[in-house]
Design a protein around this ligand. Sequence first.
Ligand code: ADP
Length: 284
Amino acid sequence: AAGDSRGAENSDAADPERPKVTYIPPSLPEDEDSIFSHYKMGINFDKYDDILVDVSGTNLPAAIMTFEEAKLCESLKNNISRSGYVKPTPVQKYGLPIISAGRDLMACAQTGSGKTAAFLLPILQQLMADGVAASRFSEIQEPEAVIVAPTRELINQIYQEARKFSFGTCVRPVVVYGGVNTGYQMREIEKGCNVLCGTPGRLLDMIGRGKVGLSKVRHLVLDEADRMLDMGFEPDMRRLVGSPGMPSKEERQTLMFSATFPEDIQRLAADFLKVDYLFVAVGV
Ligand code: ADP
């Protein structure tokens, strides 16, 4: 798909050879029904009950069996039921308490296993408990969480889930990716930005333009890390974690997701995660 190619992800401003991109997406409806109508459940999650889960690391928080046990605030619980989620998937059962405990995590799980809620719910819970910057106009925004995924399709799915789970809360998610008018995305950021979702190139572009400061980042998520490597995004990922203001790995929570765990991903995990990170592999 076009969205999977490096060229499509690239910033329109970065490459003078490319025609200027002027596409401005239609503004998304803000009402509850539209926000929660995005996904139809098509997956039989019951089959997940006998899936094998491999967990390793020290001081492992106990897995949860129900969303009730996750100790989430009322608005998050409401948004979970509005989303039609009845019981957690394996990556949610193990990932949620690990992330809530503030631990770093490397999780191997396939697309469609429920990773997104596994990291969004505990991050939103922590943001609401610790407090976030109020959404108001500012030329520079300082998100408390940054989520990176390799393609516009993936990052948009994450953003749609973030809109659902943050509905009715003080947390404002924003999405940026290549192929869309940069000015439009800058204006979206300027309105307030607590959770910034982006593809690597466009995220770095926004940081380079001084639209986004990283010093408040408490949670960093790198989703589909193996695909990011395949697509040549390793230098971008390294540039992001090394960007001015980005808190060191000791001072932030870092979560990495990947379908596979080959040597180059293990190397990235060693570089980006704290030494006592936990490892969870679901059904591999
Ligand atoms: P991944 O991030 O692993 O690719 P998603 O988190 O997008 O997968 O989940 C795949 C689909 O399943 C989405 O439509 C999502 O809304 C839905 N889903 C995720 N977790 C649950 C759950 N516990 N119960 C019901 N539906 C779920």
